[in-house]
Design a protein around this ligand. Sequence first.
Ligand SMILES: NC(=O)c1ccc[n+]([C@@H]2O[C@H](COP(=O)([O-])OP(=O)(O)OC[C@H]3O[C@@H](n4cnc5c(N)ncnc54)[C@H](O)[C@@H]3O)[C@@H](O)[C@H]2O)c1
Length: 420
Amino acid sequence: MKKTDYDVKDFNLAETGRQRIEWASREMPVVKQIRERFSREKPFEGIRISGCLHITTETANLALALKDGGAQLVLCASNPLSTQDDVAAALVAYDISTYAIKAEDDKTYYKHIIAALDHKPNLTVDDGADLVTTLHTKREDIIRQVIAGTEETTTGVTRLRSMARAGKLQYPIIAVNDAKTKYLFDNRYGTGQSTLDGITRATNVLWAGKKVVICGYGWCGHGLAMRAKGFGAQVIVVEVDPVRALEAAMDGFQIMPLLAASKIGDIFITVTGDKNVIDRKHIEVMKSGAILANSGHFNVEINIPAMEELTKSKRRIREFVDEYSLKDGRRLFLLGEGRLINLAAGEGHPASVMDMSFADQALSLEYLVQNHNKLEREVYPVPENIDADVARLKLESMHISIDKLTREQKKYLTSWQEGT
Ligand SMILES: NC(=O)c1ccc[n+]([C@@H]2O[C@H](COP(=O)([O-])OP(=O)(O)OC[C@H]3O[C@@H](n4cnc5c(N)ncnc54)[C@H](O)[C@@H]3O)[C@@H](O)[C@H]2O)c1
């Protein structure tokens, strides 16, 4: 590989990365099985794939499965702060062109996306839709050869649906996020655990007794609230959706508007996929010492420019903690520059949960190679049989067996004649 075919922080980190990738693979039995089959069947022979994903040990395992399946693969980061530099180096050592450096600035981030697009992909694998939107706005010249793509996260799916509605989407995309074997586990248990882990690593804070305000009770919010409660925190949920607020209330959490919660919260975590959720008016009334973190996809959930305007001085007090000394004398602490804290300060989701998300990715990509001709320029769900297969394989790997419907039950469940 030529030196221009990659951009990583330090190639010498490759061996550490390789060992960590191997460690993660122990918890990814479903992806491993798929990788073994792909190695035999080569479903991606002659196919060029550009992937914009968090460059983590789990992503590396997906990448190796696709490569063994015959794909020519190039990767770039889907977030400036989520790259694991040793993994990026190891991927290059595995002959996968990778463009990702932890803490790259926005200019480099987009330069890396363009580099991934220069690969002239037939398939795109995106996480947040920056690759796809860049392709549609800056590299329209190569769009015709793209046959299909996948999208990993809620925010990306939201953006792509808007593109499809506006008639702008140029090829079919599968919303991997919306598979049950993805959001029920990755968004809930993955984000729940890894976000608290990221905040703990960044701050070493004790959760017990803290008032933790969680903005957004979607699948990520469910996991966060559950795990924060398990740590002994007093959890307050903030929502705009009445059904989800009701659910949070019946799950045993306190619900209130963010303005009220702002006055009492110790730790604030946003997981909404929305913008300026924590806004100036909230920052203005927060207690001195409050900690603010985001685990939603983009760094727009906390209004950082407004926080800067209220600030007299700022210093980095720990690696992922910025202390904002406000003009009125209060001090607030922003973690990981408002970027998804589980990946900025932690290692992201545990491999076991990414095993399912990336099995969905791998199988959806294989499905797209076989079926793209039948699909329109729309956002599609993961085929149900893939979802069920991934769950079945995961259960098998956990040595859990379940019952089967009897013939009588199958008939009963598909008929209407029989009542009491
Ligand atoms: N950190 C990670 O590793 C990780 C993993 C998965 C998803 N994500 C991201 O996390 C975000 C949330 O994902 P999700 O799957 O939980 O989404 P979701 O759509 O299931 O839930 C989001 C919730 O936020 C609520 N919300 C929206 N605006 C709000 C506001 N102003 N105030 C309060 N609540 C508001 C919505 O009503 C909804 O219930 C997305 O950006 C997604 O891409 C991050």
